[in-house]
Design a protein around this ligand. Structure first.
Ligand code: SF4
Ligand code: SF4
Length: 428
C-alpha cells in the first residue's frame, strides 16, 4: 500500500467522523430562534480586534501574551498542516516550496512559533498542575473539565514536539536545503550525532506521521471538548453583540401588545407576529442559535466568574456555569431534537434541572461578565431570557420583586404609595 493511498484512507475516515460530529452538534441550529446579523463591516472590525488581535486576552498581559502566542502560532502552523495534507495526498515533499519567498516566510515563522507555543503550553500545564488559580475552581469545574484541559494541552505539546522532530530530521536528510528558514530546528539538529541517512529518513517519516495523525485525532476530539473554541471562537466573535451591552432587547411579541394598547387605532395586522411557543427561555429550543454558539465557544477560562459581583459576594451564581449548563443541556437534548423535532420533550429542562432560580435572580445584570469574556459571549442575555420565562409564564418572581411589579402596575412607580401621595414627604 503506497503512502498516498494510506494517507487518503486516514484522511477520509477523519473527514467522515468530523462531519458526523458537526451534524450532531450544528444540526439543531435550524430549530433554534433567529438572531439578527447586521453591520458586517463593524463585525469584521470587532473580529480583527478581539479574535485576531486578542485584545481582551491582553487585559492580563503575561498570561495574555502566552495565550496570544498559542493562538497566532496555531494560525501559522495551520498553513504547514495544509501543506502536509497536500504532500500526503500527492506523495510530494514540501509542496509549497515551489513558491520560495512565501515558503521561507511561513516555514521560518512556523519554526519560531512551534517553540513559543511549546514553551507557553509547558507554562500552562505547570500553572494548572502546581498553582491554585481561583478561576480554575468552582462548582461547575468537575474533574472531567480538568482532565479535558490537561489532555488538550498534552496533545498540543506533542504536536509541537512532532513538528520540531519532522523539521529536525528533514534538515538531517536534506542538508543545506532549509537550514536558514528553520533556524531553531537547524540549531537542534546540530546536537544530534549525524544518524545514517536511512535512519534519519525513518525518523522523519515517524515524526511526520505522528504529527499528522495527532492533528486528525485532535480535530475529532475537539468537538467533544472545551477546546472546540479553536473552531468556534472566531465566528462567535464575528456574530457577537455589537450594540451596547447595557441595551436590553425588547421582546417583539410584547412590543406588539404594548403598541396596540397605546394606539388602539393601529391595525393588529400592522403588528402581526406569530404567537410564540413560549415567552422567555425554559429550555434549549427557546434560545437563539447565537446563544448556542456562545456555549460552544466557551473556553471555561472563568474570567467571567472572576469579575461577577454576585459570585464575588458569595452568591450561587457563576456566569461560566450558566454557559456550561447550556452546552451540557444541548448535548443531552440535541439527539432527541434532531430525531423528533422542536416539540421533543424528555421530561427535563435547562431551568431547574441545570440552572436554579436562585442563580438567575442573583444576577445584577451589570454585564461585567460579557465585557470580560475573551470570545464575546453574552451570558446575561441567557439569564434575562430565563427570568422572563419565570415572570411571564410561571409568574414566579422573588417576593420583593413581586411587590415592586405590583406597585408599578397599581401606582405607576416601584413604591407602595399612590401617585397623589408623592408630595407628602414635604410635610415632614
Ligand atoms: S451580569 Fe450577572 S452574571 Fe454577569 S457579572 Fe454581572 S451579576 Fe454576574
Ligand atoms: S463565558 Fe467567556 S469568560 Fe466565561 S468561562 Fe466561558 S470563555 Fe471564559
Amino acid at each position: 500500500m503506497t503512502k498516498s493511498f494510506l494517507f487518503l484512507i486516514v484522511l477520509l475516515i477523519t473527514i467522515g467522523v468530523f462531519l458526523w460530529s458537526m451534524r450532531r452538534i450544528f444540526g439543531i441550529i435550524p430549530l433554534l430562534k433567529s438572531f439578527p446579523i447586521k453591520n458586517p463591516w463593524k463585525r469584521l472590525k470587532v473580529t480583527l480586534e478581539v479574535a485576531l488581535g486578542q485584545s481582551r486576552i491582553f487585559r492580563r498581559p503575561l498570561v495574555g501574551l502566552a495565550h496570544a502566542l498559542v493562538f497566532w502560532g496555531f494560525l501559522i502552523i495551520t498553513l504547514g498542516s495544509i501543506e502536509m495534507v497536500i504532500d500526503g495526498l500527492s506523495g510530494k515533499e514540501r509542496f509549497f516550496s515551489q513558491w520560495p519567498d512565501f515558503y521561507r516566510v511561513i516555514v521560518f515563522s512556523g519554526d519560531i512559533f512551534s517553540v513559543l507555543v511549546l514553551v507557553s503550553i509547558l507554562a500552562f500545564l505547570a500553572r494548572r498542575l502546581f498553582m491554585k488559580i481561583r478561576r480554575f475552581y468552582g462548582v461547575e469545574m468537575k474533574p472531567i473539565s480538568k482532565i479535558d484541559a490537561a489532555v488538550a494541552l498534552i496533545i498540543i505539546l506533542l504536536l509541537m514536539i512532532s513538528l520540531l522532530g519532522t523539521n529536525i530530521f528533514y534538515i538531517l536528510t536534506h542538508p543545506g536545503h532549509l537550514d536558514d528558514s528553520l533556524p531553531i530546528s537547524a540549531l537542534l539538529a546540530r546536537f544530534l550525532h549525524s544518524p545514517d541517512p536511512s535512519q534519519a529518513h525513518r525518523m522523519h517519516e515517524t515524526f511526520w506521521w505522528m504529527h499528522i495523525l495527532l492533528i486528525f485525532a485532535f480535530a475529532n476530539i475537539l468537538p467533544y471538548s472545551k477546546h472546540f473554541h479553536v473552531f468556534t471562537s472566531i465566528p462567535n466573535v464575528y456574530f457577537s453583540r455589537i450594540e451596547p451591552l447595557s441595551k436590553m432587547d425588547h421582546m417583539p411579541e410584547i412590543e406588539k401588545e404594548v403598541k396596540l394598547m397605546l394606539d388602539p387605532s393601529a391595525s393588529p395586522s400592522e403588528t402581526e407576529l406569530p404567537t410564540p411557543r413560549r415567552f422567555g427561555v425554559k429550555d434549549i429550543e427557546d434560545l437563539t442559535w447565537k446563544n448556542y454558539l456562545d456555549a460552544l465557544a466557551c473556553t471555561e477560562c472563568g474570567r467571567c466568574t472572576d469579575v461577577c459581583p454576585a459570585n464575588l459576594t458569595g452568591k450561587k451564581l457563576s456566569p461560566r456555569k450558566i454557559v456550561m449548563d447550556v452546552r451540557a443541556r444541548a448535548k443531552e437534548k440535541r439527539v432527541g431534537l434532531l430525531k423528533h423535532g422542536i416539540n421533543y420533550e424528555d421530561g427535563r429542562a435547562l431551568l431547574r434541572d441545570y440552572i436554579s432560580e436562585e442563580e438567575l435572580w442573583a444576577c445584577t445584570t451589570c454585564n461585567a461578565c460579557a465585557r470580560e469574556c475573551p470570545v464575546n459571549i453574552n451570558q446575561p442575555v441567557i439569564i434575562l431570557g430565563m427570568r422572563r420565562y419565570l415572570a411571564m409564564e410561571e409568574a414566579v418572581v422573588p417576593p420583593l420583586l413581586a411587590s415592586m411589579l405590583s406597585n408599578i402596575e397599581n401606582n405607576g412607580a416601584p413604591w407602595q404609595y399612590p401617585a397623589e401621595a408623592r408630595e407628602a414627604w414635604m410635610q415632614f
